[in-house]
Design a binder for this molecule. Structure first.
Ligand SMILES: [Zn+2]
Length: 304
């Protein structure tokens, strides 16, 4: 079967916060075993801390949790190079830094994270840091000189740049200076749900022009103001398809990263129902393969 890709999941953050191991979160939205059983072949796991002044301790704990699971569970593989994106048996994991506060202002820190196996990063979470301003900053500015240096180095190392959470001025700076495809790992469309975490139509077109992918996300507040459910999520997919075509849509659940759940997609086990609903809307098997995994794998192979 064509491996499915989930481009954003906060399992490591949840485990770190709750003081549990990765296989001890059976009541969560999703864990690695359940993701794999459902059909996910590549799971992106975010490294994240809410402690923006001292994120290092949380992120090191999350890395430790991941590497101990990697030792314990021999069906999991860490994706570090293009070769690792073939032959999808078991579950592949790609590590992503969510918000680059931990870099502080030292580019050496990016080299260290790369050596540890991190292959994707977003410059900011919702607030400001030394690189750029996040989506919830009032009157945001674009990238700092250090932010631009980080973009150039991610391009050179072969790391994926994720623009989810970034404010719009920084977004356009990245579009201008990056020479690789850009992804938004977990964002929906502003035309259907006017939320600062979503992308407007110009941004969606700009990502598609880089040959990048937008991972639609299951956070109710990014789907509909009052009435979010799995059907309204399909509307966002329809909208992206109508704007830029099928090659730029993927899935970025944000499971374990938000409170509550999306009616119809409460847990990872229900993911097949999303693809069944899209099939009812006339999506072909080939189109569903692209949305469920092929598009993200195409971009990851090109960059890593
Ligand atoms: Zn996020």
């Amino acid at each position: 079967m064509n491996p499915w890709v989930d481009a954003h999941n906060d399992l490591l953050f949840l485990a770190q916060r709750e003081g549990k191991l990765l296989h001890q979160l059976k009541d969560s939205h999703s864990d690695l075993d359940r993701a794999k059983t459902t059909g996910i072949g590549l799971q992106v796991l975010a490294l994240f801390s809410l402690n923006s002044d001292h994120p290092g301790q949380d992120i090191l704990k999350e890395l430790t949790l991941f590497f101990s699971e990697l030792t314990r569970n021999d069906t999991i593989r860490l994706v570090k190079e293009k070769e690792d994106l073939k032959d999808f048996k078991g579950l592949k994991v790609l590590l992503a830094l969510e918000g680059s506060d931990i870099l502080e202002k030292d580019i050496t820190n990016l080299h260290i994270l790369y050596e540890l196996g991190v292959r994707m990063l977003s410059l900011t979470w919702n607030h400001s840091n030394a690189l750029a301003d996040g989506a919830l900053v009032k009157r945001p500015k674009g990238l700092s000189e250090f932010g631009k240096e980080v973009v150039h180095l991610t391009n050179a190392l072969g790391m994926i740049i994720d623009v989810s959470h970034l404010a719009e001025p920084g977004f356009w700076d990245i579009i201008e200076i990056s020479n690789r495809p850009i992804i938004a790992s977990h964002s929906n469309t502003k035309s259907l749900c006017d939320h600062p975490r979503n992308l407007n139509d110009d941004q969606i077109k700009a990502i598609a022009k880089t040959d990048g992918v937008i991972g639609v996300t299951f956070v109710p507040a990014f789907i509909h103001r009052s009435d979010a459910d799995i059907h309204r999520l399909c509307d966002h997919i329809d909208h992206i398809k109508s704007l830029v075509g099928i090659d730029h849509i993927g899935i970025g659940s944000d499971f374990n990263g938000f409170d509550g759940s999306l009616p119809g997609l409460e847990r990872v086990e229900r993911l097949p129902e999303l693809f069944a609903l899209l099939a009812n809307r006339g999506y072909t098997e080939e189109e569903l393969q692209k949305i469920s995994g092929k598009n993200f794998i195409r971009v990851f192979k090109e960059i890593i």
